[in-house]
Design a protein around this ligand. Structure first.
Ligand code: SF4
Length: 233
């Protein structure tokens, strides 16, 4: 359970943001461990295990949050299981209130096709919010180059949406930085990346983008939606 007050968390985030401006991913994770050891969780969408590997160096057995929406590709679930086995982390597999079958019964079949925002709210945002209520900080893998909506992602901030400190150690990393780290440490990567999916989410809402187009354009293609609601920064 969270033990810090909102005022404490805001103060820690503010001071951290000032002190660690331009810091490396490793330093940001060490700062996270020093300030929140045992009271933070690292989120991964299992596109690759870069953040998982980095976090496990700082805290062996670190908790990794995986939002198991019930709609993931088999390859993504395989990445989740392989990451736990290879890096010795503890996966916290978070599931929505309802199974896909129960949601189909209560909301109508294939809500994602009709109301993707509601589907994401039920299957991603609500379970995440419930889970994060037990922590003082969360670490995410979002990067500024991924999308215009992420261009100003801070390294450390107070997450207004979920009420805890948010650390984005990879915010300043380029695609080359990611590839160099993957090559240097032989990091696990979701096999779908090599098959042409540069941004991987739930299977019904992920397509291969056209060659040369925005890597995230395959997410919710044609739905006028570019984020699932997990990241406001
Ligand atoms: Fe539903 Fe698609 Fe959102 Fe997954 S990404 S929760 S399937 S709308």
């Amino acid at each position: 359970m969270s033990i810090a007050t909102e005022t404490d968390l805001r103060r820690i985030a503010e001071r951290g943001a000032a002190d660690l401006d331009g810091a490396s991913a490793e330093d940001l994770l060490r700062w996270t461990e020093e300030n929140f050891g045992g009271r933070y969780i690292v989120a991964s969408n299992m596109q690759d295990a870069v953040l998982v590997h980095l976090a496990a160096q700082v805290r062996p057995g670190v908790e990794i949050l995986f939002l198991d929406t019930g709609y993931h590709f088999a390859e993504t679930l395989g990445m989740r299981d392989a990451s736990e086995a290879v890096y010795g982390v503890n996966i916290r597999n978070v599931t929505p209130e309802q199974t896909v079958a129960e949601q189909d019964a209560s909301e109508g079949k294939d809500l994602f096709a009709r109301e993707p925002n509601r589907c994401c709210a039920l299957r991603k945002v609500a379970p995440l919010k419930k889970t994060l209520a037990g922590y003082d900080a969360w670490v995410t893998g979002i990067r500024r180059v991924e999308a215009p909506t992420r261009a100003n992602a801070p390294l450390i901030s107070y997450d207004e949406a979920f009420g805890l400190v948010k650390i984005n150690p990879l915010a300043a990393w380029s695609d080359d930085d990611m590839q160099n780290y993957i090559d240097k440490h032989s990091i696990l990567v979701n096999p779908l990346v090599d098959e042409g999916y540069p941004s991987i989410g739930c299977a019904p809402c992920t397509m291969k983008p056209a060659p040369g187009s925005d890597p995230r354009s395959g997410r919710w293609a044609g739905k006028n939606k570019i984020e699932c609601g997990l990241h406001s920064t």
